[in-house]
Design a protein around this ligand. Structure first.
Ligand code: ASP
Length: 426
C-alpha cells in the first residue's frame, strides 16, 4: 500500500478506536473503561508524543541546513530577490482572498445568529506584540539561542546570511558548502525514514483526540463548524486549483495526488512547523520543486502563510459579532481582511495559535475577545483542518514560484507511477 493510503488508514482506524473508547468510558466501573483510560493516557499518549517529537526534532536542523544550501546556490542575486518578492506577494494576496471568502460565506450562512451567550470556557486574551516589536525580533542577536528556541524567522534570517556569505567566499567556502549539501541529504533521508512511522503515530494521535474530546460539541456549533469547513474547502480546492492552473499551468489533480502525505501529516499534528520536514520532502521529491525555491518558500510559509487560519478568523469574527448582536461596517470588514492577513505573518505554525491572533482581529474591530470562549471547545478539530490548508498553500506557492523561475522538474511533478516513493534510502 502507498504511504499516503497507510496514513489515511491509520487516521480512520484511530478515529474509530477513539470513538469506541469514548463509549466505553461512559461505564466508569467496567474493565473496558479502565483499559481505555490506560490506552489513552499512557500507550497512545507516549507513541503520539514520540511521533510528534521525532518530527519536531528535525525542523531546526533541516530548516537551517536546507536554506543555507538554497541561499548559497543563489547568493544575493537578482533571482533571490525575485523569488522572495514573488513569495511574499503571493502569500499576502492569497491570505486576503481567504479572509474575503470566509467573510462572504459567513454572511451567507449566519453562523452566530441565535447563539446563547455566557460560554462555559474562559479565554485568557494574551498580549499580542506590536508590528514594530515583531520586525525587530526577526533579527537574531544569538543564532544558537534562536535555534534553541526554535524561532523560525530568526533562523531563516541567519541561514540566508550564512548562505549568501558562503556564495561570496568562493574557493575558501567550498568545503563548508559540501558539508552542508551532504548534511542536507542525510537529514532528508532521516525524514524519509521517519515518515514510515506515520501510520502508527497518526493512529495514536487521532484515537487519543477523539477519545478525549468527542465530537458532540460540534452539534451545538454546527453552523460555525460547517461554515469554516466550507471556507477551507472552497479555498483549498477551488482557489488553489485556479491559482495553480492560471499561474503555473500545472494540473491541480496531479498536484493534490502528490501532496497527500503532507496534508495528512498537517491534519494529524495540527502544526505547520512540525509538518515542515515532510512539506519540504514532498515539495522537492514529489512536486519536483528545486531546493533553491523550496528551502525558502516552505519554511517561510510555515510561519507566514496561513490561509486556513485566516479563514477561521474571518468566520469567527462574523460569528462573534452576530452572537453579541453587533454589526460590522464595511470599514470593519476591510479591517478584518487587513488584520487577519497581517496577523498570520507573526504567528508561529503551532496548534491553537490561530485563536491567539484572533484576539488581534477582534480588538481591531471592537469586538469582545471573550467571544473566543464560545468557539474554543471545537477549535482543535478545526485546527487540524485549517493546518492542512495552511500546508497545502505552502506547497501551492512553492510550485507556482518554482514554475515561474523555470525551477520545477516536470518529470517528477507528473510522475504517475504507483510506486511508493518513500522507500528507505531513495
Ligand atoms: N495550527 C495552525 C498551524 O500550525 C495554526 C493555527 O491556525 O492555529 O498552521
Amino acid at each position: 500500500m502507498k504511504l499516503s493510503s497507510r496514513i489515511l488508514l491509520g487516521m480512520v482506524a484511530g478515529a474509530l478506536v477513539g470513538a469506541l473508547l469514548r463509549l466505553l468510558a461512559a461505564h466508569p466501573d467496567s474493565f473496558g473503561a479502565a483499559l481505555g483510560a490506560w490506552l489513552v493516557n499512557t500507550a497512545f499518549d507516549v507513541v503520539g508524543s514520540v511521533f510528534v517529537a521525532s518530527l519536531k526534532l528535525m525542523v531546526v536542523p533541516l530548516l537551517f541546513v536546507s536554506l543555507v544550501c538554497g541561499a548559497s546556490a543563489m547568493g544575493a542575486s537578482a533571482r533571490m530577490g525575485r523569488i522572495a518578492g514573488k513569495t511574499i506577494v503571493l502569500f499576502l494576496c492569497s491570505t486576503a482572498i481567504a479572509v474575503s471568502v470566509a467573510l462572504l460565506l459567513a454572511n451567507l450562512i449566519d453562523p452566530g445568529v441565535g447563539i446563547e451567550l455566557g460560554g462555559s470556557a474562559a479565554f485568557d486574551a494574551a498580549a499580542v506584540p506590536s508590528a514594530k516589536e515583531m520586525l525587530k525580533s526577526i533579527f537574531p542577536t544569538n543564532p544558537v539561542q534562536a535555534m534553541a528556541e526554535g524561532n523560525m524567522l530568526q533562523i531563516i534570517v541567519f541561514a540566508l546570511l550564512m548562505g549568501i556569505a558562503l556564495w561570496r567566499s568562493g574557493e575558501a567556502g567550498a568545503p563548508v558548502r559540501e558539508l552542508f549539501t551532504s548534511l542536507n541529504e542525510v537529514i532528508m533521508t532521516l525524514v524519509t525514514l521517519l515518515m514510515h512511522l506515520a501510520p502508527y503515530g497518526v493512529f495514536c494521535l487521532l484515537a487519543k483526540l477523539i477519545a478525549e474530546i468527542g465530537v458532540a460539541a460540534i452539534l451545538d456549533l454546527a453552523k460555525y463548524f460547517g461554515a469554516v469547513l466550507l471556507g477551507l474547502l472552497v479555498h483549498g480546492v477551488v482557489i488553489y486549483s485556479l491559482l495553480l492552473w492560471l499561474l503555473a499551468r500545472r494540473s491541480p489533480l496531479t498536484f493534490f495526488r502528490n501532496v497527500r502525505p503532507a496534508l495528512l501529516f498537517a491534519f494529524s499534528t495540527a502544526s505547520s512547523n512540525a509538518t515542515m520536514p515532510v512539506t519540504l520532502n514532498v515539495t522537492e521529491q514529489r512536486l519536483g520543486v528545486d531546493n533553491r525555491v523550496a528551502s525558502f518558500v516552505v519554511p517561510l510559509g510555515a510561519t507566514m502563510n496561513m490561509d486556513g487560519t485566516a479563514i477561521m478568523q474571518g468566520v469567527a469574527t462574523v460569528f462573534i459579532a452576530q452572537a453579541y448582536g453587533l454589526d460590522l461596517s464595511w470599514g470593519g470588514y476591510l479591517a478584518v481582511i487587513a488584520t487577519a492577513t497581517l496577523a498570520s505573518i507573526g504567528a508561529a505554525g503551532v496548534p491553537g495559535v490561530g485563536l491567539v491572533t484572533l484576539v488581534m482581529v477582534l480588538e481591531q474591530v471592537g469586538l469582545p475577545a471573550q467571544g473566543i470562549a464560545l468557539i474554543i471547545g471545537i477549535d482543535r478539530l478545526l485546527d487540524m483542518a485549517r493546518t492542512a490548508v495552511n500546508v497545502c498553500g505552502d506547497c501551492v506557492f512553492s510550485t507556482i514560484v518554482a514554475s515561474s523561475e523555470g525551477l520545477l522538474d516536470d518529470a517528477v511533478f507528473a510522475e504517475v507511477s504507483d510506486r511508493d516513493r518513500y522507500t528507505a534510502g531513495s
